[in-house]
Design a protein around this ligand. Structure first.
Ligand code: GLU
Length: 450
């Protein structure tokens, strides 16, 4: 009965959102996990709860017009999908990347509902972005683009309405320009209208590393629940951006040995470990270069090897953490991970694993930590930033870390307990979907047919 309901809604999403493959993928993955919960709540089907969950409350698409350094007029698409506000104002990042289209923003927005609910904090789900490519653009071009983007976005957001943040291609610099333009238009210092702000103007200490720290704290809980510890583990991660850098830093603190990072150009294998302050600094330099390549790491540290055009999943490790982008781990990568004898796989980036690869990893006994739980530390810290701004105060670094660490422990516990309750086993993927869903469903039921 519930199985048919779920299948019907999945097909309905596919028909209504043609070609949006990433969105179909996440809806399928999430809704399928919810079947045993729906069995116990027939009233959810009666009031079309799933149909309402998969249909964003609001979505805006807008034109972004700006002038490049050569004086040429450029036109991009801008998006904001406000998915669900049952438990709090919409919250989620902005992604600037050339492949951005509604299928990507909707998958991210849908995931964000469950992730934000898992944090235990009062934030709804949303996501936005643009097909603008920040790579290779001058600072002035990025500023003009951000100003043009906010000139439309400002009318859809607000500290109690929708609070965007960064995602791929949107870091502290972009948030600064976006905030400056918001303030200029509205004449309001609404600190909590954007998160990930710079420290001098309302930013939260620790936000830059929060996602990576949270991922490693979550992975540590996975290890502990299975009688192991982080110290001494060999770890392979992808990416070299913000999330990867925070992950590398926390792995260093906990005494794990990180051996890979990657970029669109290939991956770095460093047998000595990417675990010195100088090497972490190098990751920041790679990002700041704006070239989107990781090869220069091997020029600086000659013991390291650059492997062109390949992904790091062929390197043997105890724990794998994809931190780059969606669908970066396919079936052949999952096969390599299983063949390596690894026991743990923790998603860092949003939906890094194809549904097929995810099933293969789990069927072969790998313990998987899902992104919507593992990377929730970023948005949790954003919510701490909103609280800081609302209270016109500043939180201390250690306070933020302590809160964040506890939140990650709680999220792991919630995922574990939900999967044990409904599936009678330790399956964090299903548990995350269920634990995230339960609170949102209850709130939606209480608020009537809206
Ligand atoms: N883009 C991040 C995410 O995927 C952060 C969102 C936020 O801080 O609002 O969760």
């Amino acid at each position: 009965m519930s199985k048919e309901y779920v299948e019907r809604v999945i097909n309905w999403v596919k028909e209504r959102n043609p070609g949006e493959v990433e969105f179909h993928q996440t809806v399928e993955e999430v809704l399928t996990s919810l079947i045993p919960v729906l069995e116990q709540h027939p009233e959810y089907e009666e009031c079309a709860l799933l149909e309402r969950l998969v249909e964003p409350e609001r979505g805006v698409t807008f034109r972004v017009v700006w002038v490049d350094d050569a004086g040429k007029v450029q036109v991009n698409k801008g998006y904001r999908y406000q998915f669900n506000s049952a438990i709090g104002p919409y919250k989620g990042g902005l992604r600037f990347a050339p492949n951005v289209y509604p299928g990507i923003i909707k998958f991210l927005g849908f995931e964000q509902i469950f992730k934000n609910s898992l944090t235990g904090l009062p934030i709804g789900g949303g996501k936005g972005g643009s097909d603008f490519d920040p790579n290779g653009k001058s600072d002035a071009e990025v500023m003009r683009f951000c100003q043009a983007f906010m000139t439309e976005l400002y009318r859809h957001i607000g500290p109690e309405t929708d609070v965007p943040a960064g995602d791929l291609g949107v870091g502290a610099r972009e948030i600064g320009y976006l905030f400056g333009q918001y303030k200029r238009i509205t004449n309001r210092f609404d600190g909590g209208v954007l998160t990930g702000k710079g420290i001098p103007y309302g930013g939260c200490l620790g936000r830059t590393e929060a996602t990576g720290f949270g991922i490693v704290w979550y992975a540590e809980e996975m290890l502990k629940a299975n009688g192991e510890e982080m110290k001494g583990k060999t770890v392979a991660i992808s990416g070299f951006g913000n999330v990867s850098w925070g992950t590398a830093w926390k792995l260093q603190q906990l005494g794990a040995k990180l051996v890979t990072i990657s970029g669109p150009d290939g991956y770095i294998y460093d047998p000595d470990g990417i675990n010195t302050d100088e090497k972490l600094q190098m990751m920041l330099e790679l990002r700041a270069s704006g070239k989107n390549v990781c090869a220069p790491y091997a020029e600086r540290f000659p013991n390291a090897k650059f492997v062109a055009g390949k992904k790091p999943w062929e390197v043997k490790a105890d724990l794998y953490i994809p931190c780059a982008t969606q669908n970066e781990v396919h079936m052949e990568d999952a096969e390599a991970i299983v063949a390596s004898g690894a026991k743990f796989y923790c998603e860092g980036s949003n939906m890094p694993t194809t549904n097929e690869a995810l099933a293969y990893l789990q069927d072969n006994g790998i313990i998987v930590g899902p992104a919507k739980a593992a990377n929730a530390g970023g948005v949790a810290c954003s919510c701490i930033e909103m609280g800081q701004n609302a209270g016109h105060t500043v939180f201390q670094h250690q306070d933020v870390y302590d809160q964040l660490h506890q939140i990650m422990i709680n999220i792991h516990k919630a995922c574990k307990e939900a999967s044990e309750k409904y599936y009678g086993k330790y399956d964090l993927v299903k548990g995350a979907n269920i634990a995230g869903f339960e609170k949102v469903a209850e709130a939606m039921m209480a608020q009537g047919l809206v």
